[in-house]
Ligand binder design. Structure first.
Ligand SMILES: *Cc1c(COP(=O)(O)O)cnc(C)c1O
Length: 439
């Protein structure tokens, strides 16, 4: 009827042309095709890859192959040899997977030399093991003054805070909380002001799960070390999207997820890093047979493995490591620096769209504007728009646009560089604009 397009449809066409240009210029665009995009035909914009990554096609093949050939074919022998006529010792069987996969992860994503990383358990459990070990070391250090304080920040991910509360109750350690701005994150100055001669452990998230703020890990690690304490980094929201340099920072301890940007699948095992210099010194509390120096000796008395394997407690989740390996192999091919370059473009693009489409309606942006200060996701808040973002998220999911809601009033737009296109970001932001315009 109306031959003249409205201003809105004109600008939508311009926006679509710009998104198509960005996708055409994206050197990582082909990696997106490696995911099982067709498995979710109703999803036009998946903006939650920071919470649960998509599956790769290669993951289906690898899991099928593992079940039929390795589990089905080798049965119990799979634990101790690699099918090459192993001798019952550790020659590449599943027993070695926690440390082999840990080494791959260290090389591809963590900036960690071999022999310092294991894959096991959940992030929560590994966080407990490392934090508890650090608190025990603070008591046993034989310093003039006992170190019996844990420094953490109030905006850290709930599981970390809850575990620390439990450790404080269990050990009598005192928790010293730094109040962080939920729209920003932890700074080196705040850390310097909070740590002291009583600090045993300081622990923070590298990328804040709400705002997406990227902490200055090198400076914060140095500030904690100046006070003579240990630092434990939670890398759940940075691993696979932000380059990490654990060895270079001089980090002591770290944990993180593999089901977010690493695409390991729901409940995929977590990882823990224990720097070489602490191995044989720090003792984690869950002493199990799989962390014993000789698991099959079945002898009396616990003898921890002298290396990072001590962090393993019970039988490792081998089947769940198969998708993690597939994700890491893809990341290795793409390269974390290229991933970060795309991540910065994606978050910058989403910020520009938010400025154009959402902030005129009162929506607030809760993510730092300087790319050096942010990780891989963007959070927008209700602000003065008056829109209930919890309900808006439900409506978006119904329309095939999948970000997530974070209380009290945030919508998190996760941009997984290997699986998210610029077109998807535009679709998602336009859908949110529709809701904000017609609440
Ligand atoms: C996702 C996330 C976790 C999750 O812990 P699980 O034990 O895997 O449930 C922990 N910490 C942070 C910072 C996270 O973002």
């Amino acid at each position: 009827m109306n031959a003249t397009p409205s201003a809105t449809s004109r600008s939508t066409a311009d926006l679509a042309a710009r998104a198509a240009e960005l996708d055409a210029a994206d050197p990582l665009a082909a990696y997106r095709e490696e995911f099982q995009l067709e498995a979710a035909p109703g999803v036009s914009a998946y903006l939650d890859g920071n919470s649960l990554g998509r599956p790769l096609k290669a993951t289906s093949t690898a899991v099928e192959r593992f079940i039929t050939q390795e589990w089905g074919g080798r049965l119990i022998q799979g634990w101790t040899h690699d099918g090459q006529g192993g001798d019952g010792g550790r020659t590449g069987g599943w027993m070695d997977w926690p440390t082999d996969l840990g080494d791959l992860l260290g090389r591809v994503a963590l900036g960690a030399g071999a022999g310092q990383t294991v894959v096991a358990d959940s992030t929560t459990v590994l966080f407990y093991k490392l934090a508890r070990a650090a608190v025990a070391a603070g008591r046993a250090a034989g310093h003039d003054e006992v170190r019996d304080e844990i420094v953490a920040d109030t905006d850290n991910f709930p599981t970390d805070r809850f575990v620390l509360e439990g450790i404080a109750a269990e050990t009598g350690a005192r928790l010293r909380w730094i109040e962080t701005d939920p729209a920003a994150g932890i700074t080196p100055e705040q850390v310097t002001a909070a740590v002291g001669p009583r600090t045993a452990l300081a622990t923070f998230s590298h990328v804040a799960y709400r705002s997406g703020h990227l902490a200055d890990a090198a400076a914060i690690t140095a500030a904690v070390h100046d006070a003579g304490a240990l630092v434990l980094w939670d890398l759940s929201h940075s691993v696979g999207s932000v380059p990490l340099a654990l060895d270079e920072w001089g980090a002591d301890l770290a944990v993180g997820c593999t089901y977010k940007y690493l695409n390991g699948g729901p409940g995929a095992p977590a990882f823990a890093y224990l720097a070489h210099r602490h191995q044989g010194v720090l003792r984690q509390p869950i002493q199990g047979w799989m962390g014993h120096a000789d698991p099959f000796a079945m002898g009396r008395g616990y003898q921890p493995d002298p290396g990072v394997r001590q962090l393993v407690s019970g039988t490792p989740p081998i089947v769940s490591m198969v998708p993690v390996r597939a994700g890491l192999e893809q990341l290795q091919r793409a390269g974390i620096d290229a991933v970060r370059r795309k991540s910065v473009l994606l978050t910058g693009y989403a910020l520009d769209l938010a400025d154009e489409l959402l902030t005129p309606h009162g929506v607030q942006i809760a993510t730092p504007r300087d790319p050096a200060d942010r990780g891989g996701h963007l959070t927008v808040r209700t602000g003065s728009s008056g829109v209930d973002f919890r309900e808006a998220t439900t409506r978006l999911w119904g329309a095939g646009v999948v970000p997530d809601f974070r209380a009290p009033d945030g919508i998190r737009i996760g941009l997984a560089p290997l699986s998210t296109s610029f077109g998807e970001v535009l679709d998602g932001m336009l859908a949110l604009q529709q809701i904000v315009r017609n609440p």
